[in-house]
Design a protein around this ligand. Structure first.
Ligand code: PLP
Length: 430
């Protein structure tokens, strides 16, 4: 292994690859190939039987993707990862890998809207029931659990509320009942490692901070290797009984010689094989470039965001600032417990002038981009009430935290003076 370092700055540059074995190229090559020649019939047979791990077909694995997978796995403190074509594919696979028709899972109400829709509507058509619970009381997860509950799902730093999820509390409840916690850590790479707090699986939309430059769509799932699927065999028949889709393999047994990777290997060789949502090798290359500066960028994002939140908190046209630095009580305690080295770069704020002020503010921005994305090196803004969250009822506004005057910022790494100047001139119009 090219690095044993525990430091994110080093892992993102050195984990999983030193140089290309045939050309000595230092940059990770883009292996733009569909297929890999087998050395012999025996080699081919071993690969298909999983007696040996190796490349077969790029729908299932690719050497460029493998470097990204190794780096993100080490960054998160996990044992293996699976790169996919989008964050949405990663959310779906993470759950579907262990949750089948007739099963249920418990998810936090504070989720990205796309995930919410996937879970509530699309997964319902697959016969999978999501049970949404308010994460402010971790015990809600226990109360919603029954014998058919296969996992818990939440986001580390969900927007728009930006209240850090009680990772350790919910992971502990889950472990006492044999239910693994899956964390979407898209908004908090480097500053939070959910696996360290008891989560079993982590996923990212790599589209955001990992890519960092707004060029590519991708997702990744990391297996913590820290959940005892065999101990909870009744809850996870899909990992502990013969799988007809793979010659009757019992995943927890078949994978033993390869390490605690039953969950992620099953996702790769059954779901990814069958559904086919791979990350393109070119996109994996782009994410590898982004990953190299991730730790550095996160520092700059965090520092700028802290200054913006202070500036907004003192602005006369702003009634409320939503950022962990402005929180008190339990939310503040959680931010301190789970975020290290920064509080994230997403900021919400409410304009006293409501809907019209929100639209005017967005229209007046000169440097910030008006986009639905987050986690770009550039500063981004959106007014959800007139875009992503139009048509909300007052109850839904209350539940989501998106009021008429709510604006979401994703603070970039430009010079802080330019960020504040753009906000200042746009606020004058609001
Ligand atoms: N999770 C979070 C927290 C997100 O913000 C997003 C996208 O906005 C996703 C998942 C979905 O990722 P993608 O757009 O890469 O499919």
């Amino acid at each position: 292994m090219p690095t044993e370092s525990k430091h994110p700055e080093t892992i993102v540059l050195h984990a999983g690859y030193r140089s290309d074995p045939t050309t000595n190229a230092v940059a990770v090559p883009i292996y733009q190939t569909t297929s890999y020649q087998f050395n012999s019939p025996e080699h081919a047979a071993n690969l298909f039987a999983l007696k040996e791990l190796g490349n077969i077909y790029t729908r299932i694995m690719n050497p460029t993707n493998a470097v990204l997978e190794e780096r993100v796995a080490q960054l998160e403190g996990g044992v293996a990862a699976l790169a996919l074509g989008s964050g949405q594919a990663a959310s779906l696979f993470a759950v579907q890998n262990i949750c089948h028709a007739g099963d249920n899972f418990v998810a936090s109400t504070d989720l990205y809207g796309g995930t919410w829709n996937l879970f509530l509507n699309t997964m319902k058509t697959m016969g999978i029931e999501v049970r949404f619970v308010d994460p402010s009381d971790p015990e809600n997860f226990r109360r919603a659990t029954d014998a058919r509950t296969r996992c818990y799902y939440a986001e580390t730093l969900p927007n728009p509320k930006l209240t850090v999820f009680p990772i350790g509390e919910v992971a502990k409840i889950g472990r006492s009942l044999g239910v693994p916690l899956i964390m979407d850590n898209t908004a908090a790479p480097v500053i939070c490692r959910p696996l360290d707090h008891g989560a079993a699986i982590v996923m990212h939309s790599t589209t955001k901070y990992i890519g960092g430059h707004g060029t590519s769509i991708g997702g990744i799932i990391v297996d913590g290797g820290n959940f005892d699927w065999e101990k909870h065999a009744e809850r996870f028949p899909m990992l502990n009984t013969p799988d007809p889709s793979y010659h009757g393999a019992v995943w927890t047994q078949a994978v033993k010689p390869l390490g605690p990777i039953a969950y992620i290997l099953k996702a790769r060789v059954t779901l990814l094989r069958d559904v086919g949502a791979p990350m393109a090798p070119f996109n994996a290359f782009m994410f590898i470039q982004g990953l190299e500066t991730l730790a550095l960028r996160m520092r700059a994002h965090n520092e700028n965001a802290l200054k913006v939140s202070k500036y907004l908190a003192e602005h006369p046209k702003v009634s409320k600032v939503i950022h962990p630095s402005q929180q008190t009580g339990e939310a503040q305690r959680r931010a301190a417990a789970y975020l290290k080295g920064g509080l994230g770069a997403l900021i919400g704020f409410e304009l006293k002038g409501g809907m019209e002020a929100g639209k005017k503010f967005i229209d007046a921005l000169k440097m910030f981009y008006h986009v639905a994305n987050i986690g770009d090196a550039r500063s981004l803004a959106i007014h959800p009430a007139s875009t992503t969250h139009s048509q909300l009822t007052p109850e839904e506004q209350q539940q989501t935290g998106v009021t008429d005057g709510y604006v979401r910022l994703s603070i970039g790494i430009e010079h802080i003076d330019d960020i504040l100047a753009d906000l200042d001139q746009a606020l004058k119009t609001a």
